[in-house]
Design a protein around this ligand. Structure first.
Ligand SMILES: Cc1cc2nc3c(=O)[nH]c(=O)nc-3n(C[C@H](O)[C@H](O)[C@H](O)COP(=O)(O)OP(=O)(O)OC[C@H]3O[C@@H](n4cnc5c(N)ncnc54)[C@H](O)[C@@H]3O)c2cc1C
Length: 414
């Protein structure tokens, strides 16, 4: 039986570990935390997932929350100038999602997947792995994968300077999971997922989700450095952080303040503060003795969460890598195979990276501003922009490419 080691029991590591286990491989998974520690720990993401990635989980038999996790019917985008007319948005559109969109708290999902892996005979070693452990695993397994997310060990995979645009985080991030928000049910399309952007300051994103204690709302603040949403360096406890977030909503997204003013954090781990440096790394690292390890998902390419893509990528990467392992049969998992496996995944994922880098660019490129302006004026553009999140490769020819954007806008006389 072929032996495969996976370091990191996050989204990609667990999905792949379960797939390999089901296919009869002997899988060793290194997990930093037990299911209980994950469930009782801090939130780690907003993990909004779109139709194609949810379908991958379903096909793998891992969509265990289809009955419980709310489906968001659509999306509202508002631009606002708080120094302009009081409480009047500058621009707003709503657009339906063409496919299902959900968010299941990673604490719920990954804790259960880890239990499932053990129930199905997978071997888990608990604790933080170090570089020496990775080398030892590579020597004792046919294939070793680094699925360590954007954490420290992923730096074993060197930075790919050609594909990496930023050398520091672009946003200050904070998110809160809360119960008790007011749901007005006036427009079902905009009821569950909204963004309010105040261009110089940042965005507030709100969405429905399933958490450890049932349905909740997530409020996610993505702040430009040195501006008002960049105020979390002291890492307040959940209650203080939420009070501070409400103060910001009151000033910068007053309609959200009205909905959330009576809401309370769901639990003691319901706040996340941090930042992400977007980076693309080389997918393969030599670890001595002629052995190599292969990175997957965030371990290789990390995006800022502004475009809500990392979990979707993790699902795609795990599915693609599983397919490649199965196709390989008894042949060795050599360095060349590792590179080809990553390249096949990157063929699609590079568009996601390009899209995210584009949305972080300051000042906003002119063609992006014009597409956004057209979204506010033309429902067809708003719908196309909204649904592109499900597969950012679809943005390639009309949003990522300035010339394509011009041609598309010409259809609207814009
Ligand atoms: C604030 C925020 C909001 C986000 N919102 C969204 C969103 O709405 N939609 C979306 O698609 N994505 C979103 N993401 C991104 C998404 O959460 C990640 O991209 C996704 O979880 C990546 O999966 P992964 O398996 O690569 O890494 P992870 O899920 O991060 O898993 C890595 C695992 O490796 C483990 N690990 C790390 N180092 C070691 C070690 N030395 N030894 C053992 N284990 C180790 C960690 O404990 C973790 O379990 C968001 C991220 C953030 C920070």
């Amino acid at each position: 039986m072929r032996r495969i080691a996976i370091v990191g029991a996050g989204h990609a590591g667990l999905q792949l570990a379960l797939g390999l286990r089901d296919a009869g491989y002997a899988v060793t998974l290194l997990a930093a935390r037990t299911p209980r520690q994950v469930r009782e720990g801090r939130v780690t993401s907003t993990q909004l997932m779109f139709g194609p990635a949810l379908e991958i989980e379903r096909a793998a038999g891992l969509a265990l929350w289809d009955e419980d996790a709310p489906v968001m019917p659509g999306f509202e985008m508002t631009y606002w100038d708080p120094d302009g007319q009081p409480d009047v948005p500058e621009a707003r559109f709503t657009a339906p999602f063409d496919d299902e969109v959900r968010s299941v708290d990673q604490r719920v999902k990954l804790a259960r997947w880890l239990e499932l892996f053990e129930e199905r005979g997978g071997r888990v070693e608990y604790g933080e792995a170090g570089p020496d452990d990775v080398g030892a695993l590579a020597r004792s397994h046919d294939l070793t994968l680094l699925a360590t997310g954007h954490g420290g060990l992923s730096s074993l995979l060197g930075r790919d300077a050609r594909q990496t645009r930023f050398d520091r985080p672009q946003r200050a991030l904070a998110c809160f999971y809360v119960h008790g928000a007011a749901h007005e049910d006036t427009d079902p399309v905009s009821e569950d997922a909204r963004i309010t952007g105040v261009p110089p300051v940042g965005e507030v994103v709100v969405m429905r989700a399933l958490t450890v204690s049932g349905d909740c709302d997530i409020v996610f603040l993505s702040g430009k450095w040195g501006r008002e949403y960049d105020c979390w360096d002291d890492r307040p406890d959940v209650a203080d952080g939420w009070r501070r977030a409400l103060g910001l909503l009151r000033r910068y997204a007053p309609w959200e303040y009205e909905r959330f003013r009576h809401a309370e954090p769901t639990d003691a781990g319901a706040a996340l503060y941090g930042s992400v440096t977007p980076v693309v790394r080389h997918p393969v690292a030599a670890v001595g003795g002629g052995r190599h390890v292969l990175g997957i998902a965030d371990a290789v390419a990390v995006h800022d969460p502004i475009t809500a893509q990392g979990s979707n990528n993790a699902a795609r990467a795990a599915a693609r890598y599983l397919e490649a392992v199965l196709e390989r049969g008894e042949l060795p998992f050599c360095e060349e195979w590792m590179r080809e496996t990553f390249d096949a995944y990157w063929e699609g994922a590079r568009h996601t990276h390009a899209f995210t880098d584009l949305m972080l660019t300051e000042p906003e490129p002119e063609h992006v501003s014009r597409i956004m302006a057209a979204s506010f004026a033309h429902p067809e553009v708003a719908r196309r922009f909204t649904n592109g999140y499900a597969d950012p490769a679809s943005y390639r020819d009309w949003l990522i490419d300035p010339k394509g954007a011009e041609e598309y806008l010409a259809r609207f006389g814009a």
